[in-house]
Design a protein around this ligand. Structure first.
Ligand code: HEC
Length: 125
């Protein structure tokens, strides 16, 4: 009987991952805690401002450092903001360092939240 448990749990885990990510509830808290302090108006490091309206500053907006947009709705692997969480940016023709600098990398769950949000269309939800 117990050997069926993994098969019974698999669809539940699948459902959890497919849950809709909310920009306000799930993504903004990550940006506020780890990113906004260096990407504020007046000291927009790397030319990127994430305050007051981070969504409008990243979705469909070209990045300075690379040929990619910061966030390409539906395409995390073409979204420079996501790439900078897993790589310095050089893999896609960008430059600089892994974000956030002066801190440990985001944990895999936080990176996955941002990836899923972009994959689900980078909605302003
Ligand atoms: C301690 C300050 C600091 C923190 C914290 C920080 N950044 Fe940055 N960011 C920079 C600097 C400086 C640059 C430009 C140099 C570089 O890329 O290394 C930059 C560049 C970037 C760029 C490239 C912008 C472009 O248009 O090409 C992105 C995207 C970015 N940061 C996203 C983030 C995200 C997302 C976070 C939070 C997970 C974050 N940053 C946290 C300082 C910071």
């Amino acid at each position: 009987m117990m050997r069926w448990l993994p098969f019974m749990l698999a669809p539940l885990i699948g459902t959890a991952q497919a849950e809709n990510i909310g920009f306000q509830d799930d993504v903004m808290p990550i940006l506020n805690s780890y990113c906004v302090m260096c990407h504020l108006p007046g000291s927009e490091q790397g030319g990127l401002g994430l305050y007051p309206d981070a969504w409008a500053r990243v979705v469909g907006i070209p990045s300075d450092q690379s040929p990619l947009p910061l966030v390409d709705p539906g395409a995390p692997d073409n979204s420079y903001l996501y790439i900078k969480l897993i790589d310095s940016g050089e893999s896609v023709g960008g430059s600089g360092r892994l974000m956030p600098i002066q801190q440990p990398p985001l944990d895999p769950g936080q990176i996955e939240t941002i990836r899923l949000w972009i994959e689900q269309g980078a909605l302003q939800n």
